[in-house]
Design a protein around this ligand. Structure first.
Ligand SMILES: [Zn+2]
Length: 328
């Protein structure tokens, strides 16, 4: 169970603001939490609800044990409402229903919290309905809107909320979260380097296609530096069959880029920054035929290949040219 102190390690600014308001008993009527996926917005909403209702709160921290805390934790608190998109969007009826619930006084107190997930998916009608609702706040009501895309929220709604920004996590923080979910360290490290979203990193780590992609990248490195005559054949026979579309190929190039960066980190003795596991023997071996200058040029070549790919150059052309440059 996360505490404010836990969350503070990844979101110091947002958490400090919220804790401050709690300690001073000066919560806003409405909050807008915005930031990328997996940055703790949902955890913060749950904690805020707990702190608001907890019977034994200590400073800002809820006890996590009392009746109120446990009911919020299991999602069964009668005065805490969670609204999620119904299909693609949050509809007017959902907001009307919420409003109706709120016309009754709280079952056990006058306090109420509602949390709207993916608030940017509210239809215009739903947004207008919510706006009316925000304009006449009950005395002890806290609204929490969560979004990855705050620009899609009506200005009139935004201006009535206290806006709290949740920052992207560092790769190291993402890696930690992945490892807490039981993902092996080497996989966690590489997945959290490739994407800034924890959810995306998790789905990568579970993806068989991605596991094979990692192997093919190492194979390409081997072919490039040990069986140069085979490189074209390898690209046509194995590589292009696996990296079929632009997104997949772009990910493949990112993996290749990480390998060359690692190679450089190894040569300058920054082994703690290396992402690939079990590659040190190869880094050592290739140090004889890949100069530092060549490695740096290779990084530029790979970045250029990515740019050409994004400019819609055909993937076969992109890879053929890249292989030629990397071998040179
Ligand atoms: Zn409690």
């Amino acid at each position: 169970m996360k505490s404010w102190t836990d969350l503070e390690t990844i979101q110091p600014v947002a958490v400090k603001m919220l804790m401050n308001s709690l300690v001073k008993n000066r919560l806003a009527h409405a909050y807008l939490f915005h930031g990328p996926r997996g940055t703790g917005k949902k955890d913060a909403a749950k904690l805020l609800a707990k702190s608001f209702f907890c019977l034994n709160r200590n400073g800002a921290e809820p006890c996590h044990k009392c009746r109120e805390c446990s009911r919020i934790h299991s999602g069964n608190h009668p005065d805490v409402h969670w609204i999620e998109p119904d299909g693609q969007s949050i509809k007017k009826d959902q907001i009307l229903h919420l409003q109706k619930e709120f016309t009754y006084t709280g079952l056990e107190s006058n306090k109420k919290v509602y949390v709207i997930h993916e608030a940017d998916t509210m239809t215009v009608n739903a947004s207008n309905r919510l706006l009316k609702f925000l304009e006449e706040p009950g005395k002890q009501t806290v609204a929490i809107l969560l979004t990855e895309n705050s620009q899609s929220i009506l200005n009139t709604i935004r201006s009535r909320c206290q806006i709290i920004a949740f920052q992207s996590l560092s790769a190291r923080e993402r890696q930690k979260q992945l490892m807490e979910k039981g993902i092996p360290e080497s996989t966690a490290r590489i997945c959290s380097t490739l994407t800034s979203s924890v959810d995306e990193a998790i789905s990568l780590s579970e993806d068989d296609w991605f596991a094979k992609a990692r192997k093919l990248v190492i194979k390409l490195i081997e072919v490039l530096h040990e069986q140069q005559n085979e490189a074209y054949l390898f690209i046509h026979k194995q590589w292009l069959g696996h990296f079929k579309n632009r997104d997949q190929l772009s990910l493949g190039l990112d993996l290749l880029l990480i390998w060359y960066k690692d190679f450089i980190q190894y040569q300058i003795g920054r082994e703690q920054a290396i992402v690939y596991d079990h590659e040190n023997v190869r880094f050592e071996k290739y140090a004889f035929h890949i100069s530092m200058q060549k490695a740096t040029e290779s990084l530029t070549n790979i970045l250029d290949a990515k740019r050409r790919l994004m400019a819609n150059v055909h993937s076969t052309l992109v890879m053929e040219q890249l292989v030629l440059q990397l071998q040179r």
